[in-house]
Write a protein of this length. Structure first.
Length: 202
């Protein structure tokens, strides 16, 4: 009986010691870490701290929703585009100003659908947009598609609203292909990289 009580006492002391060490560690981490809110209600289940470069990338145009202003100039966008889309940089920005659809996302979709403006299944239709409307110019096409996206894809009342404002939400009813989404995201990222390089050189 005596040995059992000694064993029970020893185990109790060890358990209390482990609890105190754990509590002190968590309190110290929470005090020193400005992102202490990343703890779950069960503080023993810690998430990995968010890396600084991840935070910065999440706030870039690439990860922003399609209604986030691009905050770029015509010269910057022109430097980032290719082939026949270069001269349309100002129009993409005009469409953003008019309808609120991010110019970089617009340009990326047009780039994929038309090979940067070089290939069109119908004249001036650089978005491969299925419509009975015949566009008199590529500029008209950009403005029309931007307005259509804003009204029908990027509005909660829109007939093609996909539950959010990111490319993945638009893709649900625009194309539906994971390949399309991956390609547009890749082009968007490339455009942003070239804009950032241009700003560094300026």
């Amino acid at each position: 009986m005596k040995h059992f009580l000694i064993l029970l006492y020893t185990l109790s002391v060890i358990a209390i010691g482990i609890w105190l060490i754990t509590a002190m560690t968590i309190d110290t981490f929470a005090f020193d870490n400005p992102r202490a809110h990343i703890f779950q209600e069960n503080t023993l289940k810690l998430q990995k701290p968010i890396k600084k470069d991840k935070i910065e990338k999440d706030t870039s145009i690439y990860y922003a929703n399609m209604l986030t202003p691009s905050e770029i100039t015509e010269a910057e966008l022109a430097q980032a585009l290719k082939y026949d889309l270069i001269d349309l940089a100002g129009v993409f920005l005009e469409a953003e100003e008019e309808y609120g659809v991010n110019a970089v996302h617009l340009a990326a979709i047009a780039a994929l659908e038309s090979g940067w403006g070089r290939y069109q299944f119908e004249e001036n239709n650089i978005f491969g947009f299925f419509t009975e409307t015949e566009f008199k110019s590529e500029e008209e096409c950009i403005m029309y598609v931007a307005g259509f996206l804003a009204e029908h894809y990027l509005s909660k009342d829109g007939m093609y609203y996909g539950g959010g404002y990111r490319l993945k939400h638009v893709n649900k009813r625009w194309n539906g292909s994971e390949h399309w989404l991956t390609e547009v995201k890749g082009i968007t990222s490339d455009i942003i990289d070239r804009i950032e390089d241009y700003r560094k050189e300026a």
